[in-house]
Design a binder for this molecule. Structure first.
Ligand SMILES: C[S@@+](CC[C@H](N)C(=O)[O-])C[C@H]1O[C@@H](n2cnc3c(N)ncnc32)[C@H](O)[C@@H]1O
Length: 296
C-alpha cells in the first residue's frame, strides 16, 4: 500500500487529499489516521477538529487555511498552488478536509489542479457530515417506510439565490440534506412549501454533529426558521428534511424538548407517503422510484 515517504527527494512528492470525517476522531478511517500521524506537512481546514490536528507528530508543519462555509481565508487558487509547490519540492503533503473531500469540499478542484501540474495525488474518503449526523441523531437518511432516495444539496447562496429544481426537491419519498444552508433556511423552507411540500414536513438541524458540542433541533418547514433563531444555531450545521426526521424520537437519545414533532405526525406522514408511492408505481409514472426499488 502506497504510503508517505519519510525523506525528501528531487522527484515530486504526493498530495493526499484526506477526509477527516465530521468531527469525532473515532470516525477517521484507519488510512486517514496513518497518514495524519506520519505527515510532514499538514494543510487543514477550519472544520477539522483540534483533536484530529493534534494527532500529527510534533515535527509536522501544520498549515491552517481556514475554510468557512465555502470560503477560504486563503483563496482556493493559493491553496492549490501551495499544494503544487510543496509537492514539486519533493514533499509529501496531507491535505486534510472536513467530512469527505469530494462532497462539497472542493477536493475535485484541488485534484484537477494537481493533475494539471503533473503532481501525483491520492484521495482518501471520509465520513461525510450527512452520514455522521444521521447516525449521531437517530435519523436514518433512507428507510423503506419513509424515503427511497436521499439528496445532498448545497444551501450556499450564489448571488443571493438558490438555483435548484425546487419542483423535484418538493416531491415526497425522499430525504433532503442541505449543507451550508443555515443562512438560507428561510428561503429553503419557503421554496419547498411554494412547490408543494407540506408545511408540516419535519426538519432537523444538527450543529457540530458527532462532537461533544452536538445540538439537535427539530421542527417543520413552517416553524424551523423561527425555532432556529430562538435556539441560536450556528455553523457548522446540517439541515435534514423529510419524514425520516420523526424517527429521532425512537432511534435517538434526546431530551423531549429537542424533538418537538407531534407523536402522531410520523404515522400520518408514513400513511400519506405509502399511498402516493403505490399510486405512482401502479401508473408507472415515476422512473426514479422504479430504479430505486430495483436497486433495493
Ligand atoms: C464546505 S461543507 C464541507 C462538507 C464536507 N466535505 C463533508 O463531506 O461533510 C461545510 C458544511 O458541511 C456541514 N458540516 C460539516 N461538518 C458538520 C458537522 N460536524 N455537523 C453538522 N454539519 C456539518 C455544514 O453544513 C457545513 O456548513
Amino acid at each position: 500500500m502506497p504510503f508517505i515517504k519519510q525523506t525528501t527527494s528531487a522527484s515530486p512528492g504526493t498530495v493526499f487529499l484526506v477526509g477527516a470525517g465530521p468531527g469525532d476522531p473515532d470516525l477517521l478511517t484507519v488510512k486517514a489516521l496513518r497518514l495524519i500521524e506520519n505527515a510532514d506537512i499538514l494543510v487543514y481546514d477550519r472544520l477539522v477538529s483540534e483533536e484530529i490536528v493534534g494527532l500529527t507528530n510534533p515535527q509536522a508543519e501544520k498549515i491552517f487555511v481556514g475554510k468557512k462555509d465555502g470560503y477560504h481565508s486563503l483563496p482556493q487558487d493559493q491553496i492549490n498552488q501551495l499544494l503544487v509547490d510543496y509537492a514539486a519540492k519533493g514533499k509529501d503533503v496531507v491535505r486534510l478536509k472536513g467530512g469527505d473531500p469530494y462532497i462539497f469540499g472542493r477536493g475535485g478542484e484541488e485534484a484537477e489542479q494537481l493533475s494539471e501540474a503533473g503532481i501525483s495525488f491520492q484521495v482518501v474518503p471520509g465520513i461525510t457530515a450527512a452520514a455522521g449526523c444521521s447516525a449521531a441523531t437517530g435519523i436514518p437518511l433512507t428507510h423503506r417506510d419513509h424515503a427511497q432516495s436521499v439528496k445532498f444539496i448545497t444551501g450556499h447562496l450564489k448571488k443571493g439565490d438558490l438555483k435548484h429544481d425546487w419542483h423535484n426537491l418538493a416531491k415526497s419519498g425522499q430525504t433532503l440534506v442541505f449543507y451550508m444552508g443555515l443562512n438560507s433556511l428561510g428561503t429553503i423552507s419557503s421554496k419547498l412549501i411554494e412547490h408543494g411540500c407540506p408545511a408540516s414536513m419535519p426538519v432537523a438541524l444538527v450543529q457540530d454533529g458527532t462532537t461533544a458540542k452536538q445540538r439537535l433541533l427539530t421542527g417543520t418547514l413552517e416553524n424551523i426558521e423561527q425555532r432556529c433563531l430562538q435556539a441560536g444555531f450556528s455553523s457548522p450545521s446540517l439541515i435534514i428534511i423529510g419524514t425520516v426526521v420523526s424517527m429521532a424520537q425512537t432511534l435517538g437519545s434526546w431530551p423531549d424538548e429537542a424533538l418537538q414533532l407531534s407523536p402522531d405526525l410520523s404515522k400520518e406522514l408514513t400513511k400519506e407517503l405509502t399511498k402516493e408511492l403505490s399510486q405512482s408505481l401502479s401508473q408507472k409514472h415515476s422512473k426514479e422510484f422504479q430504479q430505486v426499488l430495483q436497486a433495493s
